[in-house]
Design a protein around this ligand. Structure first.
Ligand code: HEM
Length: 204
């Protein structure tokens, strides 16, 4: 028998998420094209070197804004509770499909919550260091030196995190991408991946 559908993400959540994804990929690729001469060829895809130089900070500002909206919407939901901490301490079990003894997860598991906090922190670092690099003539020398260090480090952290995130959301957890594209999951999916959330949704 077909499993019934339940809503996982409403349309506002999906719109914010995909705006974050598009502005992130744009900012990451244009940023990489300016970072190393070996990646300069990438700038041709985005309109050439000077277009990229002008547009990268705008793409980054859009990304930071959208992430701010995501933060306001999800920060409360993403607070780690005692079960999440236990889950994180034993997350090697999740990776090896040995879920025996792992606490049941709510709407998001401990790994997803950590990803949210890490990306929020990286976005803050990227934006604040980005503003310094955008208007260097107005900034004190110490801030400029700090920004040159922080901006690429935060970019490496966030790009690495998003690669793992995309891998988890597409290859590792079938059904997750459809949830973010169309909004719904099956009851069977919810019960197996997020049982505590599933019970709460059923209770209404
Ligand atoms: C670029 C391609 C991306 C893909 C394919 C993707 C895919 C997904 C999927 C499938 C989910 C749903 C997971 C679930 O139902 O449990 C999700 C959730 C989420 N995404 Fe993305 N995402 C992308 C980019 C981003 C970016 C750039 C950010 C922010 C920096 C982001 C932040 C989140 C957050 C906070 C969640 C909820 C928690 C989680 O599931 O990790 N995503 N994403």
């Amino acid at each position: 028998m077909a499993s019934k559908r339940i809503q996982r993400f409403d349309s506002a959540e999906r719109m914010v998420h995909w705006m974050a994804a598009i502005s992130f990929v744009y900012s990451a690729l244009t940023g990489l094209s300016m970072w190393s001469h070996k990646l300069f060829w990438l700038s041709a895809v985005f309109g050439g070197g000077s277009t990229v130089r002008g547009m990268h900070p705008l793409g980054g500002t859009l990304f930071a804004f959208v992430l701010g909206v995501m933060f306001l919407r999800w920060a409360k939901l993403m607070k780690l509770d005692a079960d999440d901490r236990t889950w994180l301490a034993q997350s090697h079990k999740y990776a090896t499909h040995d879920t025996e003894g792992l606490p049941e997860t709510g709407r998001f598991n401990g790994g997803q919550k950590m990803m949210f906090w890490m990306q929020s922190l990286f976005a803050l670092l990227l934006f604040s260091s980005g503003v310094v690099l955008w208007f260097p003539e107005w900034m004190p020398r110490v801030l400029r030196l700090l920004a040159v260090l922080v901006h690429p480090l935060a970019a490496i952290g966030s790009i690495g995190g998003i690669i793992v995130h995309i891998y988890m959301g597409t290859a590792v957890v079938p059904g997750a991408l459809r949830a973010m594209m169309r909004g719904w999951v099956t009851e069977r999916w919810a019960a197996s991946h997020h049982p505590k959330w599933f019970r709460d949704v059923r209770k209404g």
